[in-house]
Design a protein around this ligand. Structure first.
Ligand code: 28F
Length: 666
């Protein structure tokens, strides 16, 4: 705001008045262009006022003077923030002839707060400070508790004789107005409805923010009180002694970590403080969140770059030392090490430069170097510690499997891309493509077993139905791991026939079969094949499942024939069998036979009961089915044979399938 060619000082006597005028003039630009200071005048901008005040309190805590911050939303939607720090300065500034408190609330970028470089490292989105909050409030009251006294100042948005708005005008100068044994600061303000499209604070948004701040500032207690709610629901407290480590635990709750304790990295260099907590889970995606001065950097930036470089370097070195990487040119990619990794990065620094679409990307080049150095140093030390050997092994195992999957995916995509590959599928002699090119109508049946496959080929309507027989055995026993599944010939046929590609290269618009229908027996082998295929689709062709293209075909479980007259009905579940039996005159008058497998059915029966779109029953696969399938695959393919045995015994009656069917039938 200050320019080098400021006018010469006015004569001594009028100086104070002139100063005061400048002050008032000083806040007017905020009112004229609020967007320049707080981004928007919507709910987000309104909450931004609260974040600004909270940030000042957090600064006081970061500097070690406060450990409790309270936020209260009052019944009139005004908000109160307190801290138990030193209290804002109450003495008169010698040059400005104004109390520190009034300077803070009436001067844009007031006080040494923004000059004194050692002070501000927390900072709001733009670090615009309390004066902007005052300028955009209907009224603002502040109190300081210091040296046994309560000091109080009041501001409000006034109008002059000509009807012009004077934002943030001093209504009552700072004065001592009582005694106290408390220490700290209080700010009570009401966002101006003439500025904001909404002035109703959102309790959910505020608690999210306070929880986040509590994670980022270990040991600081945040108390939220919403006086608009019933007394028993008003108060929520957030305090995490473990800081970022607690953040990661919270983030990973509901996931399965590969090792119990998150890895903590803390250090500083070049005046930049770096804190990281990380932990791998059995998930397949990476999840890195980063902050600079408590501000979320959703677009990443130099700190994330430095972190990733260091992680890749340190773990590749470890992999070489432990003999996991043998060739000297052989390396894992960064992504291999980040599969399933949750990490939170917190940088504290001065003069952070934000860039990108939403100004949420850190630009300072020095931060890359500093973060890389700190993480490399600390993580190397962690990795070399003999007590962490098991953890490092787990991480390297995870990277190995990520690499295998990545390479297998690449190969499978390349294969599916090859010209003539469709013909190659046909040549394999197993896949029977449909003749029609009406992709929206086309269906592909994946059928367990060669004999059922043969029946299905005869039964199908070749104009729109394709058949791919799957031999159960190889999928079942030898091809255990996901990346190995990709080398299975039939799986490759599926990939080629569907035409979409897999993984990152998946393209829905290339889908050649609108419905993919899995047809397997209602026994343990069939369940296993179903689970494997679902897991495969989920991992490599997820949109196919999410957009409802995958189905489970339901062959009937029972054939019920009336002795007299020979009428035949089919049932897909136990309950339905009872119902149909009843309908045909009760159990005495019928013959019930249970189908053991698809192989028992002749083509016309298979068509009638299972493939004919006008009569069949199918389950559209949803995300819960995949979750169940993944659990099943994990158990059945995992190393724990005891759990596997239990699972098989528990599921031996295949009631799961019946449950599925009764849920979706009809
Ligand atoms: C409810 C919001 O705003 N708390 C604050 C302080 C404490 C000091 C301060 C603030 C420093 C150099 C101006 C006290 N004693 N909570 C708050 N607590 N501001 S804001 O100083 C202001 C600047 O010039 C403070 C000694 N040094 C600083």
């Amino acid at each position: 705001m200050k320019t080098p060619n400021a006018p010469a000082p006015a004569p001594q006597k009028t100086k104070y008045t002139a100063q005061a005028l400048t002050v008032l003039e000083g806040l007017r630009p905020v009112r004229v262009r609020p967007g320049m200071y707080i981004g928007d005048t919507d709910s987000k901008g309104m909450h931004h006022l609260l974040w600004e005040i909270i940030d000042n309190a957090v600064d006081e805590a970061v500097n070690g003077y406060a450990d409790c911050i309270t936020v209260t939303v009052c019944e009139d939607n005004s908000m109160i923030v307190t801290d138990n720090g030193r209290g804002m300065p109450v003495d008169i500034h010698p040059d400005k002839k104004m109390s520190g408190v009034e300077l803070i609330f009436t001067q844009l970028h007031a006080g040494g707060k923004f000059d004194n470089k050692s002070y501000q490292i927390s900072g709001g989105l733009h670090g615009v400070g309390a004066s902007v909050v005052n300028a955009l409030s209907e009224w603002l009251v502040t109190e300081v508790y210091r040296d046994g006294h309560v000091y109080r100042a009041e501001f409000c948005c006034d109008t002059d004789e000509e009807g012009n708005l004077i934002p943030g005008k001093v209504k009552r100068h700072l004065r001592a107005c009582g005694k106290t044994d408390k220490q700290g600061s209080m700010v009570h303000f009401k966002p101006d409805a003439r500025v904001f499209s909404t002035t109703r604070p959102d309790a959910h948004i505020i608690t999210q923010k306070l929880r986040e701040l509590a994670f980022l500032n270990a040991g600081v207690t945040f108390v939220f009180t919403d006086l608009r709610k019933a007394p028993e629901e008003q108060k929520q407290t957030f305090c995490y002694r473990g800081g970022l480590v607690d953040f990661i635990r919270y983030h990973n709750s509901g996931k399965t970590p590969l090792y119990p304790d998150p890895i903590l990295i803390e250090g500083a260099g070049d005046g930049i403080s770096v804190q990281v907590a990380m932990q791998h889970t059995d998930a397949y995606t990476e999840s890195i969140v980063s902050y600079v001065n408590n501000i979320r950097t959703t677009e990443g930036g130099t700190h994330e770059t430095g972190f990733k470089l260091a992680v890749t370097k340190v773990f590749n070195t470890a992999a070489r030392e432990m003999g996991v990487l043998k060739d000297k040119d052989e390396n894992f990619t960064g992504e291999d090490f980040r599969e399933g990794m949750s990490a939170v990065i917190l940088i504290k620094m001065r003069d952070a430069q934000f860039e990108g679409q939403t100004k949420a990307k850190l630009g300072n080049a020095g931060v890359k170097t500093a973060t890389e150095a700190v993480v490399t140093e600390q993580l190397s030390r962690f990795v070399q510690n003999i007590r962490h050997e098991e953890i490092v092994k787990q991480i390297l195992e995870k990277a190995k499997s990520a690499r295998n999957v990545r390479e297998a995916t690449k190969k499978a995509n390349a294969l599916a891309r090859q010209k003539n590959s469709l013909d190659a599928v046909a040549l394999v002699g197993k896949f029977a493509a449909s003749i029609g090119r009406d992709y929206a109508r086309n269906e592909m049946f994946i059928v367990e077993g060669d004999s059922a496959g043969g029946s299905a080929k005869q039964a199908r309507d070749r104009r729109f139905q394709a058949i791919l027989p799957l031999r159960g055995k190889p999928l079942n026993s030898e091809k255990r791991r996901l990346d190995q599944i990709l080398s299975n010939e039939e799986i490759r046929s599926i990939i080629t026939a569907l035409g979409t590609g897999i993984g990152d290269e998946f393209k829905m618009q290339n889908l050649r079969y609108n419905r993919v229908i899995i047809l397997a027996d209602a026994d343990q082998d069939g369940a296993h094949i179903r689970a494997l295929l679902l897991t495969f689709f989920y991992r490599y062709m997820r949109p196919l499942i999410l957009e409802g293209h995958v189905f489970i075909g339901m062959p009937p479980l029972y054939r019920i024939e009336k002795k007299a007259g020979g009428e035949v009905r089919f049932a897909y579940t136990d309950e339905e069998c009872d119902r149909q039996t009843e309908a045909l005159g009760g159990s005495r008058g019928v013959v019930i036979s249970r189908y053991k497998g698809l192989g028992e059915m002749n083509p016309s029966l298979l068509w009638e009961t299972t493939m004919d779109p006008t009569h069949r029953t199918m389950i559209r696969v949803g995300i819960e089915d995949v979750a169940e399938a993944e659990r099943m695959v994990t158990v059945l393919m995992g190393d724990n044979s005891e759990v596997r045995r239990e699972y098989i015994i528990e599921n031996a009656n295949f009631s799961k399938t019946d449950e599925f069917a009764s849920k979706y039938h009809g």
